[in-house]
Design a protein around this ligand. Structure first.
Ligand SMILES: Nc1ncnc2c1ncn2[C@@H]1O[C@H](COP(=O)(O)OP(=O)(O)OP(=O)(O)O)[C@@H](O)[C@H]1O
Ligand SMILES: [Mg+2]
Length: 356
């Protein structure tokens, strides 16, 4: 194994946040040492905290295991370039709950089902709670399909990092009176992030635990669809007080949503379910604002709330404006239309439930 060979192999490791350039071209390989059957590679990261650190280190390790002869000892280290200190910092395992110390309520916005409007509800609830005078943050926990940057018009913003003692914290993006954080800020636009399970979990924890949230009344966590390992690990590792479950009235959605509720009520996890939100409860066309069409069925969420004995926090209509505002990055909770009012009422109800 020569240094040159190793460098060639490392070209396979692409940085998804830098237009898929490889780590060699990006000048991130600081040092390669071979000694007998041991290889030590040191990757340099800029001072600015790169949330993909764990992912890149893992990928480099995987490539080296594949290319080197069986039995080779492989070590991939990281250095912060500016300081050139070979000190390992900010390993995910070192993350603590310190940054969440001044957060009063940490609430997951979840559903077993995809596409029911979790992100839409989470973003609008955050804005509405802020309008009610609460201090609010939102962490986008969907590392595969982050939607918060688009829905808040903050795509392309780059959160700053700041040294705090011997560690670094990421400063959230602020807009509409809310602190936002998403893995989307660290990847190029339109780029699909491909994570292996543990990497996704680590990136996610960094997105929540390494952020300077400061004093908050509410930290909402926009959960990805499903009830898999990533969810369970998230709920276990983050001191989430409870969840709000989003559903549509449709029977199919309701079956998946039951799984979502079970996930939080499960014995090992055991978190509160603050309430249910029925999204797309009916359709109202703009030109006929008094008409309600129950296209996904009527009151499915209401019945489910009754059955599970959880409060129904509200019903949100399906209106074109909600989708348009989401795509335009101006949440409808900012406005005074019927949809804006519905989100404000929802926020009031959630605040009431959590302060009980
Ligand atoms: N009440 C509503 N009225 C109109 N459009 C809506 C409404 N709720 C959500 N949408 C639209 O439906 C789509 C899916 O919503 P959203 O992304 O919030 O769902 P999700 O549950 O977060 O999805 P995923 O499971 O992929 O994370 C979006 O285009 C959104 O704008
Ligand atoms: Mg979503």
């Amino acid at each position: 194994m020569t240094e040159k060979e190793i460098l060639e192999w490392l070209r396979e490791v692409k940085h998804p946040g830098k237009g898929d350039q490889d780590i060699v071209s990006l000048g991130m390989v600081e040092n390669i040492e071979t000694q007998g059957s041991a290889v030590t590679v040191t990757l340099g990261f800029p001072k600015h905290r790169d949330p993909l650190t764990e992912y890149l280190v893992g990928s480099a390790r995987a490539v080296l295991y594949r290319q080197t002869p069986y039995g080779t000892t492989i070590d991939v280290k990281t250095v912060v370039k500016e300081e050139a200190a070979p000190k390992k910092k900010n390993k995910v395992t070192d993350l603590t709950l310190e940054e969440l110390g001044q957060v009063r309520h940490i609430i997951g916005i979840a559903s077993g089902k995809g596409g029911v409007g979790k992100s839409t509800v989470a973003v609008n609830l955050a804005v509405a709670l802020a309008r009610l005078g609460y201090k609010v943050g939102l962490a986008d926990a969907d590392v595969y399909g982050p939607s918060v940057p688009l829905m808040t018009g903050t795509t392309g913003m780059m959160p700053e990092a700041e040294a705090e003692g011997d560690k670094e914290v990421i400063l959230p993006v602020e807009k509409y009176g809310v602190k936002w954080m998403s893995i989307g800020y660290f990847a190029s636009e339109g780029q699909a992030l491909i994570w292996r399970g543990p990497m996704a979990c680590n990136a996610l924890k960094q997105m929540i635990l390494q952020v300077r949230w400061g004093a908050l009344d509410f930290l909402l966590i926009d959960m990805p669809p499903g009830t898999g390992d990533i969810h369970i690990s998230l709920v276990q590792d983050i001191p989430m007080e409870g969840a709000v479950i989003v559903t549509t009235p449709q029977a199919v959605a309701l079956a998946d949503v039951e799984k979502g509720i079970d996930m939080f009520r499960n014995e090992q996890i055991h978190r509160k379910v603050f309430g249910l939100i029925e999204n797309m409860a009916w359709f109202t066309p703009k030109e006929l604002p008094d008409n309600k069409y129950f296209i996904f069925g009527k009151d499915g969420g209401v019945k489910m709330a009754e059955r599970f004995g959880i409060p129904l926090l509200g019903q949100i209509p399906l209106v074109q404006g909600i989708r348009e505002c989401g795509d335009a990055g101006e949440p409808s909770a900012l406005g005074s239309g019927p949809d804006g009012v519905a989100f404000m009422e929802l926020a009031g109800r959630l605040a009431q439930e959590t302060e009980k």
